[in-house]
Design a protein. Structure first.
Length: 710
């Protein structure tokens, strides 16, 4: 990017794209006056996001120009965690990083260095894979990233293949909408108007969730469920649908594999049995199954949270079978919405640098980072160098106390690239300034709609901030890496980002996107799009695989979620039929009888924005835990009481909110708040670093705790 690309004097409107890790990827319009961004608003002409921005983004210019921004490279001057730093030059920072990484690699081997990153921005250029070629070339430990949807995607791909699924805009045609483990009005806001429109046209909206959240309050039927038992519900629905002959026999015969085996399998999963698991009356399970099967088309929206317990993968396997059994896929607005990201022809291999990976390079899952840093996870060589970008692991990873202990190690050299001094940045040796979306160029896919969006830089970088792409160009140059991938410009990366010759991009070029801001993929419109009306599933058989051939090949992690690899990484074989995996530990008994959920905060984006005063005012600036009146009474706790939430991994302080919006036996404390604001530990202190059954998904909903007076 050069300054001459930028609108300078006068007033201009620049088209952008929200960078947030959210399904909605809103199209932005940035007003720039004399080089200063004065207003950020949504593009009203965008058919999906329609001009409305959420509470996180509707004053984004304040975040960009916040006096708290990190604008210059800094070196630590005080003890780790103290947040004491001095400004240094980019040259000094790059010299020090190159010298320390080289020394670590020569002394202990390059695997002693580990990158840590996730989705601070989800731009194709600056997001998930931006550092992968650099670290693969260096020979660093491969950092496996399975925070989000990896178990769900694995299960979905095993069953229906990596299909975009239902067009979210065609939800208006649905007659029956099941919102399953998704607080849409907080986390997928722009899908809601399509649901509401369907509801106005007579559709029934069902919400299945242990929490009666703001979305559930708009449902026609709210079904509370015990966390981690959704698999039992889905299997029992199949028991009813198959047992009562409510299947679309023609669809099943033509477009599915393993129907007879599935029927045999689900015979055992009666509504009475599922009622015992889920806490839902058996008659309600029957009613749900019958209504779902009778309505046409019916659609299921699953949230990411559905995967976060021991049996999360099998839950998604079971749910993915439902629309094929009833033939819901036949019509626009029928089927399943999981992750429409698969519709975009992203050329991931062009961004992974997988060609640099030396055979046998070790893989460490970021979910185990705390343990990897303290040595509880034995690693040879131990991690000596860490580079964090696009992530705030202190807040978003489990076993937070372990993480902090690990990051405090004096023999660990840590680099953090950030917008703000997060709880993680406080432990850095070197902090580097990163640009925000208004200061950088990027190209965005979406995991919530079918539009490509171009983000054109609106203003010059503030201070000495650089885009992640530029950061890794600079680091590569310092390390002497000269392969072409390390000198590509942002414009060349945009050329490489998609297979521009793909039919879904016909007539769409970087130039048209820069002009228009966004474009719908060249797919049939939402009134016609029924991708699986006649099968055509991207599975090995081309059909919905009730009996999954991929499962036999092993429990895999899709390449997208792994750093640097274009291969599925396979593990142990998996039962090819969907089955029930109960929560790891049974709540209700033992020293920790309550299940703790830590869903997203309405006003924060994971831990981003949790330091912004405007967003704090909306969210409320103290840590809360919600509890049912019965559980509160049993503990002699009253609304507003200061409490301590504990388990054998640690404790955090919170204010109690007594509410019958949560089911008995469940407590809820939203994630995202920072330690430095909470004055100590936050909710992930209590989360386990145990994986779910598929795709190495995290299990923070499978988390038993007790709540005590402070
Ligand atoms: N405002 C806001 N929006 C966001 C984000 C944010 O941090 N803030 N984060 C973005 C990201 S990265 C993601 S992954 C998405 C996630 O968005 P969602 O998919 O909505 O995920 P969560 O908010 O974690 O949880 C949604 C609901 O799942 C419920 N739940 C938890 N466990 C279970 C269970 O076992 N069964 C059932 N049926 N329900 C359960 C919770 O009670 C919660 O109400 O949101 C994105 N959008
Ligand atoms: N208990 C619990 N834990 C969870 C979850 C949960 O629901 N409950 N959700 C999980 C999920 S689904 C997800 S996706 C993860 C999210 O985990 P992360 O992706 O780590 O999300 P954030 O906390 O938003 O941290 C992103 C950081 O990147 C920085 N950043 C933003 N843009 C840029 C940039 O362009 N360059 C650089 N260098 N930095 C940038 C931001 O300032 C921010 O500090 O958390 C997971 N952790
Ligand atoms: Mo996520």
């Amino acid at each position: 990017m050069t300054l001459t690309d930028l609108p300078m004097p006068g007033t201009a409107t620049v088209r952008g794209a929200c960078p947030c890790d959210c399904p909605d990827t809103c199209a932005l319009e940035v007003t720039v006056e004399d080089g200063v961004a004065t207003r950020v608003r949504g593009d009203r002409s965008h058919p999906f996001t329609r001009g409305g921005l959420c509470v996180k983004m509707n004053d984004y210019e304040r975040t960009v120009y916040s006096p708290d921004r990190v604008l210059y490279p800094m070196r630590r001057t005080g003890p780790k965690g103290s947040g004491q730093f001095e400004r240094i030059s980019w040259d000094a920072a790059l010299d020090e990083i190159a010298a320390r990484f080289t020394e670590i690699a020569e002394t202990f081997g390059p695997e002693a260095i580990m990158p840590v990153s996730y989705l601070g921005t989800q731009g194709i250029l600056n997001g998930l894979n931006v550092g992968d070629p650099f670290f693969n070339r260096l020979g660093a430990t491969i950092s496996e990233r399975t925070y989000c949807d990896s178990g769900s995607c694995t299960a979905y791909a095993m069953t229906v293949g990596p299909t975009a699924g239902v067009d979210p805009e065609s939800f208006v045609h649905a007659r029956y909408i099941v919102i399953w483990a998704n607080n849409m009005l907080s986390t997928n806001l722009h899908l809601w108007p399509f649901v509401a429109e369907a509801q106005r046209r007579g559709a029934k909206v069902v919400v299945i969730d242990p929490v009666r959240h703001r979305t559930a309050r708009h449902a026609d039927w709210y079904i509370p469920i015990r966390p981690g038992t959704d698999g039992a519900l889905a299997l029992a629905m199949m028991h009813v649908i198959i047992g009562e002959g409510l299947t679309d026999e023609d669809y099943v015969a033509r477009y599915t594999v393993g129907a007879a085996e599935l029927a045999e399998r689900v015979r055992q999963y009666t509504p009475e049995w599922a009622s015992g698991e889920t806490g839902i009356p058996a008659d309600d399970i029957r009613t749900l199954a019958r209504e779902y099967a009778a309505a046409s088309p019916s659609v299921i929206r699953i949230g990411v949270a559905i995967e976060r317990h021991a049996g999360g993968g099998q839950t998604v396997r079971a749910i993915s079978c439902l629309p094929a059994l009833t033939g819901a896929w036949r019509r626009p607005g029928g089927g399943l919405l999981q992750l429409p990201l698969w519709a975009f022809p992203v050329d991931f291999p062009a961004f992974l640098g997988a060609e640099f990976i030396r055979p046998g390079t070790r893989v460490v899952n970021q979910w185990l980072l705390g343990r990897a840093l303290t040595g509880r996870l034995e690693l040879d060589p131990p991690i000596r160098g860490l580079m964090v970008y696009n992530s705030n692991p202190v807040v978003v990873c489990p076993e937070q106390e372990e993480m902090v202990a690990g990051l405090s190690r004096e023999d660990l050299f840590t680099v953090v690239s950030e917008h703000f001094m997060t709880d993680t940045a406080d432990y850095a040796d070197i902090v580097l300034p990163a640009t925000t979306q208004l200061e950088q160029r990027d190209l965005m896919f979406s995991w919530g709609h079918f539009y490509v969006t171009m983000n054109t830089p609106a203003i010059a970088p503030l201070g000495e901030a650089v885009p992640n792409t530029e950061l890794f160009r600079r680091l590569a140059a310092r390390m002497g890496f000269t392969e072409p991938v390390f000198t590509r410009t942002d414009e060349e990366m945009i050329e490489a980002a998609f297979d521009w010759s793909s039919p879904v991009l016909e007539g769409i070029t970087p130039e048209t996107l820069e002009r228009d801001g966004w474009a719908r993929l060249r797919l049939p419109g939402p009134d016609e799009y029924a991708p699986h009306a006649e099968g055509g599933f991207p599975t090995p058989s081309g059909k919905v695989e009730f009996l999954s051939s991929a499962a036999a090949g092993g429990n895999f992690v899709l390449p997208l979620f792994r750093q640097g690899s274009t291969e599925h990484q396979s593990g142990e074989p998996v039962d090819p039929l969907p089955h029930y995996v109960p929560p790891r530990e049974a709540p209700g008994t033992g020293p920790f009888p309550l299940t703790l959920l830590s869903p997203k905060s309405h006003a924060y984006l994971n831990s981003s924005f949790a330091d912004r005063p405007g967003q704090q005012r909306v969210q409320g600036d103290d840590t809360v835990v919600h509890m049912h009146p019965v559980d509160a009474a049993a503990r002699g706790l009253v609304d507003g009481a200061p409490v301590c939430v504990v388990n054998d991994r640690g404790r955090f302080a919170a204010r109690l909110q007594v509410t019958d919006d949560v089911a008995p036996g469940v407590v809820v404390s939203p994630m995202g708040g920072w330690r430095k604001h909470a004055g100590g530990a936050t909710v992930n202190t209590l989360s386990p670093s145990v994986f779910a059954d598929l795709g190495r998904a995290p299990t923070f909903s499978d988390n038993l705790v007790e709540v005590r007076p402070a």
